[in-house]
Design a protein around this ligand. Structure first.
Ligand code: ADP
Ligand code: ZN
Ligand code: ZN
Length: 739
């Protein structure tokens, strides 16, 4: 017998099936993980096929060295999915296969954690006799005494003595497997079901009915409408029918409530998969899923590859989040994979959001072909008919005229004071970390930039340094202008640290906490910050978009959006959409229980439709306006954007590569007679022209949505791979960001 193996090495040159001989007695099936000789090395490999013939000279076929586990690690369905991804995302097959297993399995780095226990093998007279005949083995007798009370873990006992006892037959040692429990799941409590609101009940009815045969839905519910409860009822019905569920959330650490709610309802049926778990924890959770013990999987993007069978429903919460799209190879979209797996299993797919992405919402419109269509379910009311928070727009230009130089407008300061006086809590949102966003010379205008990237450095007060948010480079703040020698160096632009400092300075009653990448490096740091806020130990939470998602704190009555327009004018066609989503989501954190909520939106562009619609929390109005704009400018989903980024230590090489690729693509388009499909094709400097010490040029391509995008992508991938020596080419299709 021969096995076809994909070796665990990501390179196009080895993106093919290699044949190996199956040693006598090794029971192999596709999906198994093996070790194979590869040139001078030994590599892991995935078995993708078994055959009884091999076209190679049998003497040249090497045998498989070892079988890693006696069960397939990749299920047949996921093997097929990997094949599909290989074509769809133009990745190496092994890149896709790697996503299907916890990385700990590769290279055999983690094993089942076993504890070993020692127990007495003798009792009564036999035991007494043993003790009497070994009077000088003090350590051994000590252990025997201890074990009289019952078995003990071997770890705490003298190992030499234990070994001797085992040899003499007085003690037996047994291994027992234990599972590591992730902290998020450690406290197990069962919660009772609330009575559903009429809208929730209708949604549950429609969704559960679709468990018979499958269906695809967009659950569009305003913030606080109780979407989670709808998910829970759907999952429960799926389990009742003997099926399973996957729930995707943007980032586990930021959605602790979702995890605890699901766990509260499903107990040990639930498993959590995410990157902050220790390798051992992740491996154990994966095995609980693989064995069928856990039937509800909760996780971030990559949990969509969970080895779960007989799926009844797949839920993608906050579907508009860009974290569902991978920004490195393979550049897959978890929503697309969810769509695909739901189809394979005849499962119900639910994409849920208060602010669906434009592209997703468009699929609910009439006229969309059935295979692309989503059925729209709306929850227009908050739970218990609570009102949406009242939003007030504050024009920051007016504040400046009044002579207010603080980052807080008069209105925000008054409301924050009132909120604290009332014993309530506030959240202040600003989508930048650090203290000041750039440092510049008042005399000549010089801006301090990273020497590895073409971006300005951010001042961090707590560390007293300047940092590059792209490469992590740090430097001491300059005392004199490096350009003109002037000492008038000024710090501009506010980030979370500055807001935190200002709150502390202006509001003595405030007990302020900050949540951003810098304060959440440690494991479980997110949870600690959020728990302290929930317990009321802190009463003002300052944060980046980390605080915008699904958080539910009943005592929060005020949300301040410190700079609503900060992300409005970025060079990306989605910048208005993202701003609208962020503001609407963060505004939705206010007034979620019995206390009414208030939102103060500070902006320099109070007339902008993105700001206006977010203030009105009017998704439909925003959608109508934004989709019309996209149609007019031919941006996705009315077109497909692709680019190849060429990066090199040499600016000229990067440029030449991009320009050569442009010529080559143009020639190909002419030859294939595809000019009608191309809206734009050009080589240009990337928006960030220097990143981590590499110069970046890009070949940018915009296609009509009806063009054969796959053919273009394939051609571009070839051009990326053909980049000359010293230049890296990377293809991106509808990239998450355009830096
Ligand atoms: P969304 O995700 O739509 O913003 P959540 O799922 O976070 O809303 O629900 C908001 C709050 O309402 C949560 O505290 C939740 O426990 C509660 N809730 C949900 N449904 C009900 C209900 N039918 N009755 C009472 N409370 C509910
Ligand atoms: Zn200067
Ligand atoms: Zn940098």
């Amino acid at each position: 017998m021969y096995a076809e193996v994909i070796v665990d090495l990501s390179a196009e040159a080895v993106d093919k099936r290699f044949s190996y001989a199956v040693p006598e007695g090794m029971a192999l099936t596709p999906g198994m993980l093996v070790t194979v000789p590869f040139g001078p090395r030994t590599l892991d490999g995935f078995v993708v096929g078994i055959k009884d013939q091999c076209s190679l000279d049998p003497s040249r076929v090497k045998p498989i060295t070892k079988l890693a586990r006696h069960e397939p690690v990749v299920l047949p369905e996921l093997m097929e999915l990997a094949d599909w991804m290989h074509d769809r995302y133009l990745c190496n097959l092994v890149d896709a296969l790697r996503l299907m297993i916890p990385s700990e399995l590769r290279g055999g780095r983690v094993r089942e954690k076993t504890r070993r226990y020692a127990a007495l093998a003798l009792e009564g007279d036999a035991l007494e006799q043993f003790i009497a005949s070994n009077p000088r083995a003090k350590k051994q007798l000590e252990i025997v005494e201890q074990l009289k009370a019952g078995p003990l873990e071997t770890a705490g006992l003298d190992s030499a003595a234990l070994k001797a006892l085992e040899k003499k037959g007085a003690v037996v040692i047994s291994a027992q497997e234990t599972r590591r429990t992730p902290t998020a799941l450690a406290d197990e409590r069962r919660t009772v079901d609330p009575e559903l609101m009429p809208g929730q009940a209708r949604a549950v009815e429609t969704l559960t009915a679709a468990l018979d045969g499958g269906g695809r839905f967009l659950l569009h519910g305003v913030t606080g409408s109780g979407k989670t409860e709808v998910y829970i009822r759907l999952i429960r019905q799926a389990l009742h029918l003997g099926r399973t569920a996957i729930v995707l959330v943007p980032e586990i650490a930021l959605t602790p409530q979702m995890v605890s709610w699901l766990h509260g309802r499903f107990g040990a049926d639930a498993a959590v998969l995410h990157s902050a778990l220790s390798p051992g924890e992740r491996f154990d959770e994966w095995r609980r899923i693989r064995s069928g013990e856990a039937r509800v999987v909760i996780g971030a993007r990559s949990a969509i590859f969970a080895p779960i069978q007989n799926i009844g429903c797949i839920i993608v919460d906050e579907e508009h989040e860009s974290s569902y799209q991978s920004d490195h190879r393979p550049r897959y979209d978890a929503r697309e994979i969810a769509w695909k797996r739901a189809q394979t299993h005849g499962a119900v797919l639910v994409l849920g959001s208060a602010t669906p992405s434009i592209a997703t919402y468009m699929r609910t419109e009439r006229g969309v072909r059935p295979e692309n269509r989503l059925e729209l379910i709306e929850l227009r009311q908050r739970v218990k008919n609570r009102p949406l928070p009242e939003v007030e727009i504050v024009d920051l230009r007016g504040e400046f005229d009044k002579g207010n130089r603080s980052i807080f407008s008069e209105r925000l300061a008054i409301e924050l004071q009132a909120c604290l006086d009332g014993g309530h809590q506030a959240m202040l949102f600003i989508n930048r970390r650090g203290h000041s966003t750039f440092v510049s010379c008042r005399k000549c205008g010089y801006v301090v930039k990273c020497d590895q990237c073409d971006v300005s450095m951010t001042y961090h007060q707590s560390e007293e340094n300047l940092r590059c948010h792209y490469c992590g480079n740090t430097m001491a703040p300059p005392k004199k202008c490096p350009n003109c020698g002037s000492v008038y160096i000024k710090y501009f632009g506010a980030g979370t640290q500055k807001v935190e400092a200002e709150v502390a300075r202006l509001f003595p009653k405030a007990r302020v906490a900050r949540m951003d990448i810098d304060t959440t490096q440690r494991k479980d740091a997110h949870q600690q910050i959020l728990d302290a806020f929930r317990r009321g130990e802190t009463n003002v939470l300052v944060g980046t978009q980390m605080i915008a998602k699904g958080l539910d704190f009943p005592n929060v009555t005020l949300v301040g959006v410190v700079a609503a327009d900060m992300t409005l004018n970025l060079p990306d066609y989605r910048s208005v959409e993202r701003t609208f989503q962020l503001i609407t989501q963060v505004a939705g954190r206010a007034g979620r229980a019995d206390l009414p909520g208030k939102v103060i939106l500070q902006t320099y562009e109070p007339e902008h439709y993105g700001i206006r619609c977010a203030a009105a929390q009017d998704y439909r109005a925003f959608y109508t306006r934004e989709s019309a704009g996209r149609r007019l400018a031919m941006y996705p989903p009315f077109s497909v954007i692709m680019r190849v980024v060429f990066a090199s230590k040499s600016s000229d090489s990067a440029r030449n590569a991009a320009e050569a690729a442009e010529k080559a693509l143009d020639a190909w388009v002419t030859e294939q007679d595809l000019h009608e499909d191309v809206l734009q094709l050009r080589a240009a400097e990337a928006p960030i022209s220097l990143l981590r010490g590499e110069f970046r040029w890009q070949l940018y391509l915009k296609l009509y949505f009806r063009a054969d995008a796959d053919a273009f992508a394939e051609r571009l991938r070839a051009l990326a791979d053909e980049a000359p020596e010293g230049v890296k080419g990377e293809l991106e299709v509808n990239p998450v960001n355009m830096i």
